[in-house]
Design a protein around this ligand. Structure first.
Ligand code: AMP
Length: 420
């Protein structure tokens, strides 16, 4: 019978890669909580309207990439393509804004977009997402970016490119919109079908079109930062000044608009040449109207999403290996009575938080010793029926290859002592 494989664009994460994932998650928990963030866990499925209203009807994500279905209750539901909209939905639904003036939340989990799968791009991928809701001052933007760079640094990643831009606000965007529309109108013929269609509805989206001819046109287009109003310019300059205080290099990228409609003012991306074509590892930005647009009060926000798979690809496996320890003890049991004793001892020690392994099949001593070596066990306990009759066992220290006999009566205490 033909075997069943995973769905295209959905991939398994196997050990030892999972050790790396856990290492990344633990670092995120540690760093984010130091900066005052609390974890939130949100559903994978939301009402479709949540994403249409937040990400934007004319974005690639909403137009082409969402996994949307009508459930048995005749409701249109969507597997979340990103986390920000869900975090804000939960923030409003549970009135978290009423409890605190500043809410810092983070969440880690899978997202779903039906993109063309390739290296670094999957249909189910994972993100580490952090959001600050409440303040709109530039120090908040800088603080979030600094936390991000610090987090990446803690994982050993230093030679990354941080690019920032400002997308302005409701005051300055209309003038830019006019300028970009009149620039593109003269070149309509050369735009792809999508961009032609989006031209008047959402001209900013032409900036993130992946078609080459559109990219060539955009290279000559007017730039958003030239249209910023005084307040937005002041905000952006202050963000840069705050980042400079910490000696974190960044580059201004006037063409970075990000693929979601809700961004205002500061946007940023972290890229790495190491990743090849799909080189963005983090994307983020400010969204000062999203909470209001989702039916809440006028509360500002800023956040980022780190691509887990791309982040993991940049971290050498050795980093995680060092953190993962082998067992303290491997019990090589030979014979039925020995297996019984080993089974008891093994699981009693595990319940005392000591890492112990054994082989239930009673294979030859040689092959069990090989396994102990492979697992990098610190000690091996050799237990045969003859040893049991003599009320003793042989304890081998793997690094020095020395052996000693220990009495069965004090076996458990001896191992607990050694494991300390
Ligand atoms: P976005 O939510 O589009 O701003 O993306 C934020 C980050 O998520 C990107 O910088 C990528 O690292 C990651 N990402 C987005 N889409 C995918 C995908 N289809 N596969 C893998 N990672 C992705």
């Amino acid at each position: 019978m033909e075997s069943i494989t995973a769905v295209k664009g959905f991939k398994d994460v196997l050990p030892p890669e999972t050790d790396k994932w856990r290492q990344i998650e633990m670092t995120a928990h540690e760093v984010f909580s130091t900066f005052g963030f609390k974890e939130i866990r949100i559903p994978l499925i939301e009402k479709t309207e949540l994403f249409c209203r937040s990400i934007g009807e004319t974005t690639d994500i909403v137009e082409k990439e969402m996994y949307t279905f009508i459930d048995r209750g005749e409701e249109s539901l969507t597997l979340r393509p990103e986390a920000t909209a869900s975090v804000i939905r939960a923030y409003l639904e549970h009135a978290l804004h009423a409890a605190e003036a500043v809410t810092k939340l983070y969440t880690i989990g899978p997202m779903f977009r039906r993109e063309r799968p390739q290296k670094g791009r999957y249909r189910q991928f994972h993100q580490i997402d952090a959001e600050i809701l409440g303040p709109d001052d530039p120090r908040t933007d800088a603080e979030l970016i600094l936390m991000l760079i610090h987090f990446l640094g803690k994982l050993g990643l230093r030679n990354l490119n941080l690019e920032i831009n400002s997308l302005g606000c409701a005051q300055c965007r209309p003038a830019f919109r006019e300028a970009i529309i009149s620039f593109l109108r003269g070149r309509e013929e050369d735009l792809c079908g999508d961009c032609r269609r989006r031209l008047s509805a959402n001209p900013l989206r032409v900036f993130d079109c992946k078609v080459e001819t559109c990219a060539e046109i955009v290279a000559l287009a007017p730039l958003l930062p030239d249209f910023l109003c005084g307040e937005c310019r002041g905000h952006f300059e202050k963000v840069q000044a705050c980042l400079s205080l910490f000696d974190r290099p960044f580059r201004l990228n006037a063409k970075m608009v990000r693929g979601l409609d809700y961004y205002t003012r500061t946007t940023f991306e972290v890229t790495s040449e190491f990743l090849g074509a799909q080189n963005a590892v983090v994307g983020g930005g400010r969204y000062d109207h999203l909470v209001r647009d989702l039916g809440g009060p006028d509360i500002a926000g800023i956040g980022f999403a780190i691509g887990f798979e791309r982040l993991a690809a940049m971290i050498p496996q050795g980093v995680a290996d060092a953190a993962v320890q082998g067992p303290v003890l491997f019990i090589a049991a030979l014979g039925e009575r020995a297996l019984e004793t080993a089974f008891l001892l093994c699981n009693r020690l595990r319940m005392k938080s000591i890492r112990v392994e054994m082989d239930h099949t009673g294979r030859s001593l040689k092959s069990q010793m090989k396994r102990a070596d492979k697992l990098k066990s610190r000690y091996t306990l050799i237990l045969g029926d003859r040893e049991i009759s003599g009320n003793k066992a042989v304890l081998r220290t793997m690094q020095t290859s020395t052996q000693e006999e220990i009495g069965l009566d004090c076996l458990e205490e001896t191992i607990i002592e050694l494991a300390r």
